[in-house]
Design a protein. Structure first.
Length: 565
């Protein structure tokens, strides 16, 4: 018997789940009659579903061409039997939905409760207005398809004749009857951009789709050039486990994405009792000059998280911080034990362990102070550039005769505004903080930031490192005694700090840094400073990764930097 195409639940003129049209060569663009619940869930989870974007949306296409017509037929047959509505098994309308409902989208009460639609057009309109979240849409379609195909799969599993027919129809299948057919991985598809202005609430979802598009583009460029960069960029587009994995975007449809920063994705936790907590996930995205690169740095997020947890623990005597999980309590806390830290996370997150372990924290929800508290102990970078022009740093008069990289008489507080993603931070004079936060809070932020820097710099020097400058972020936590200032976000990582090797330090010139300065220098050299759509070459990725990991190992005393016994 020759090969014959399997019947699918859509035709070639309908958009596929993975973007573009449905294709038999793209397993994830279609749903097979014999797909298992796990396969259906996986395909819908990976489906392209841009917020507010109707054109080319394969998930909506399944609703329009398959699920809604099926439910309409059920309702028509029920009315012919004299029934008010279809109440049979597998109905796509929930039992408590209004009469006339064709499709229900299950949704937790805290997000507004279930949504019910009497027509496909009503559902499409809600999606276009971004009243319906892509994650909720996918969950509803997954549930409907699973119930629709369940009886078919059940009969197939119990029928030797059906299983034999499948083997004859697919003579080259690599799996036995009853098992999941072998599938080819889908080709990367670029998300289509929406022309509709996004709402503020869903803007972060559109940014996520943009990052995926950039990752796919980076993968294509790197693959054309060949080498490890291609592999790294290719891995960035998806979520595959392994030590060389690069995660540019997290995909956790059961969790509500609240915010997407330059590096971190912030989610709400699934349990109602955790409404006062947030899930912080450090991705491998790389930014410089307030622009996110197309490709990332493998395992950068894990490196940042390890180092942040170390410093949060070490500096907890200076100021409380926002970390709840993994625990920072005791001399040897769980947070510093990578082998056991995951045990402290809720089991409700286990299905996303491959995206979370080693790069995530559960933190206290608080009001973010819209100031980046930068402290400088040495004059370098943008501070040196300003000093050469005006003998000031952030408008603060400085002594005459300073040379590049020179240690300052004492550390100085040089804040900036905290810009939204896509905007640029603005350096400001410390007095401006009083206008933003009020004089009392401004004074406390400056005092704490300087205390944190001084203690961290002293410890770093013991480890052979100079902490030239760093950036802290703070939040206000509601307590019975009023609002409490706490340290949030990250602490003294190569993303937020400038580390130099003390043994190589020489004032009067730029210093090699264990941070993103290598990347910044490359961007300036290539005339790419501040430009969008930049894909980092293999050598820049590798060198940046090496510098980040050396900074971590030096600070934490790991590997060749471990304390001598």
């Amino acid at each position: 018997m020759g090969y014959a195409k399997r019947a699918h639940l859509m035709n070639a003129m309908v958009p596929g789940l993975s973007g573009g049209k449905m294709s038999s060569s793209d397993a994830k663009s279609k749903i097979d009659f014999l797909d298992t619940p796990a396969e259906i869930k996986s395909k819908l989870k990976a489906a392209l579903c841009t917020p507010g974007e109707v054109e080319g949306n394969g998930v909506l296409a399944f609703l329009k061409t398959v699920l809604i017509p099926v439910q309409e037929l059920r309702e028509e047959q029920a009315r012919a039997r004299g029934e008010e509505r279809y109440k049979g098994e597998g109905s796509f309308a929930k039992a408590d939905s209004p009469v006339g409902t064709l499709f229900s989208i299950p949704r937790p009460e805290k997000y507004g409760g279930d949504m019910h639609f009497s027509s496909y057009q009503a559902l499409e309109d809600a999606y276009a207005k971004e009243e319906l979240h892509p994650g909720d849409l996918k969950a509803g379609v997954t549930e409907a398809l699973t119930s629709l195909l369940g009886p078919i799969r059940k009969v197939f599993d119990a029928s030797p004749e059906w299983q034999e027919a499948e083997k004859l129809g697919y003579p080259n299948a690599s799996v036995a009857a009853g098992a999941a057919p072998a599938k080819k991985e889908p080709k990367a598809k670029k998300p289509q951009k929406s022309n509709k202005p996004p709402t503020e609430e869903e803007l972060i979802k559109l940014r996520a789709e943009k990052e995926k598009q950039k990752a796919a583009k980076a993968a294509a460029k790197a693959a054309a050039a060949g080498g490890a960069a291609g592999a790294a960029a290719g891995a960035a587009a998806g979520a595959a486990a392994g030590p060389s994995r690069t995660i540019l975007n997290t995909e956790m449809p059961k969790l509500k994405l609240l915010s997407k920063g330059k590096v971190r994705d912030i989610y709400a936790l699934p349990d109602e009792k955790d409404a006062d907590k947030l899930l912080f996930v450090a991705t491998d995205r790389m930014s410089a000059f307030d622009v996110i690169m197309n490709n990332g740095i493998p395992q950068k997020g894990a490196t940042l998280t390890e180092l942040s947890l170390f410093w949060f623990h070490k500096l907890r005597n200076v100021i409380p911080n926002h970390v709840l999980t993994p625990s920072l309590e005791g001399a040897s806390p769980a947070a510093l034990n990578g082998a056991t830290a995951w045990e402290e996370f809720p089991r409700s997150l286990d299905e996303y362990r491959d995206q979370l372990e080693g790069r995530s924290m559960i933190v206290k929800k608080c009001e973010v102070v819209k100031i980046e508290a930068i402290v400088r102990g040495y004059i370098t970078g943008s501070a040196w550039s300003e000093y050469k022009k005006s003998q000031t740093v952030h408008g603060i008069p400085m002594p005459a005769g300073l040379v590049e990289s020179q240690k300052l008489p004492k550390a100085i507080f040089t804040p900036s505004t905290k810009a939204d993603l896509g905007d640029h931070d603005e350096n400001i004079h410390p007095d401006k903080v009083k206008d933003i936060c009020g004089p009392e809070l401004a004074a406390e932020i400056e005092r704490v930031a300087l205390a944190l820097y001084n203690e961290a710099a002293a410890y770093a020097l013991e480890r052979g490192l100079i902490l030239a400058d760093t950036k802290f972020e703070f939040g206000l936590l509601d307590t019975p005694n009023g609002k409490q200032l706490i340290l949030i976000d990250e602490a003294l990582t190569p993303d937020s700090s400038r580390y130099w090797a003390a043994a190589d330090y020489e004032a009067g010139k730029p210093q090699p840094s264990f941070d993103k300065q290598y990347l910044r220098d490359w961007l300036i050299k290539e005339n790419l400073k501040g430009k969008e759509d930049v894909t980092l070459p293999e050598d820049v990725v590798a060198e940046t990764k090496s510098k980040y990991e050396e900074a971590r190992d030096r600070v934490m005393g790991r590997g060749k930097f471990a304390a001598k016994k």
